[in-house]
Design a protein around this ligand. Structure first.
Ligand SMILES: [Mn+2]
Length: 330
């Protein structure tokens, strides 16, 4: 386990490299994709050769419009000898890189971890982690400054999408004055914020409506309205012709219920693997503490778990832990 380095130290190391790979966590969200592209394109503008990877082998369709999104591929099985470093973005622990990514981090000549997960395990040779930052892109920005990157519109597009998505369109309490100053600075490059927001939030495929209908019909309100949750089996997803990407932001549909403190989604992924998304709406209930009881992690207000077991068993165990957390509230 490493320690945290400064922006200047990391910038100095990166400045000396000619060819680097950037990888994010699997099932990438806007911050993962935006940070990958923002950093990648910035390094490219400094004359470096870049490789952009994630375990899914592409950016999710909804981020297709970001400049450079098509450059993202699956990581190779073995470390390419000519690449000098692996930079991980928005990834709290190696297993979230996927199997090849986890292997590559051990074989890369230099690994650099740039992240904002409070639970980050400082798994790389060099680590730049700020657990209080609203998005990984917020940690990247001072690094790009230290590298003397000339902020271009493509870089600003990506970083803006990253910050916007990780702050729930600047709605979460992580939206500090510094976040708004960063957003203003990105907007100052001339990016089209109206267009980015339309593409991010107002272009949903029909499958997402089918899923929303399913969620609204089957959500469960528990604990005198303090908990709202929804479960979906593998079989039901197949009946509805839903893909992996479709089930991403389900928890955001139910978390807006008035009076709910915790929202949870229980999704059967495959062969007895259950994925759980947890959201808290009150700072007193830290869902990353609940997630860590089941081997998961994340942020105090947003966390996740992947665990083996039956949907029923896993759900009742997690709901019990949520119950206990709520019962311990003052
Ligand atoms: Mn993030």
């Amino acid at each position: 386990m490493g320690t945290t380095n400064t922006h200047q130290q990391i910038a100095q190391e990166i400045a000396a490299l000619r060819e680097v790979a950037v990888i994010s966590h699997m099932r990438p969200d806007g911050d993962a994709v935006g940070s990958t592209l923002g950093l990648g394109l910035a390094l490219q503008s400094l004359g470096k050769r870049i490789h952009l990877w994630n375990a899914d082998g592409a950016a999710p369709t909804r981020f297709d419009f970001l400049p450079g999104a098509h450059l993202i591929t699956a990581p190779p099985a073995d470390w390419p000898a000519h690449v000098q470093a692996l930079i991980c973005v928005d990834c709290g622990e190696p297993k979230r890189l996927g199997d090849s990514g986890r292997h590559l981090i051990d074989t890369a000549p230099l690994s650099i971890n740039i992240d904002h997960h409070e639970t980050n395990t400082l798994y790389a040779d060099l680590n730049l982690v700020d657990g209080t930052a609203a998005a990984c892109a917020c940690v990247l920005m001072p690094l790009l400054d230290a590298l003397k990157v000339d902020l271009s519109r493509p870089v600003a597009d990506s970083l803006y999408a990253a910050v916007s998505t990780d702050t729930g369109s600047f709605q979460y309490s992580s939206t500090t004055p510094d976040v708004m100053r960063l957003a203003a600075r990105l907007m100052g490059t001339g990016i089209d914020v109206g267009d980015i927001n339309r593409r991010l939030y107002q272009e949903q495929p029909l499958s997402s409506f089918i899923l929303q209908r399913e969620v609204l019909s089957n959500m469960v309100v528990d604990c005198q309205g303090q908990v709202v949750h929804f479960s979906i089996t593998q079989a039901r997803k197949q009946e509805l012709h839903l893909g992996l990407e479709d089930t991403k932001d389900l928890v955001d549909i139910i978390r807006v219920l008035r009076g709910a403190k915790i929202a949870a989604i229980f999704e059967e992924v495959d062969d007895g693997l259950i994925r759980i998304s947890l959201r808290s709406k009150v700072p007193d209930v830290r869902v990353n503490d609940i997630a860590s009881q089941f081997g998961g992690g994340g942020h105090p207000m947003a966390a996740g778990i992947r665990v083996r077991g039956s949907l029923q068993d896993v759900r009742s165990a997690v709901l019990q832990a949520i119950d206990a957390a709520l019962a311990s509230l003052p």
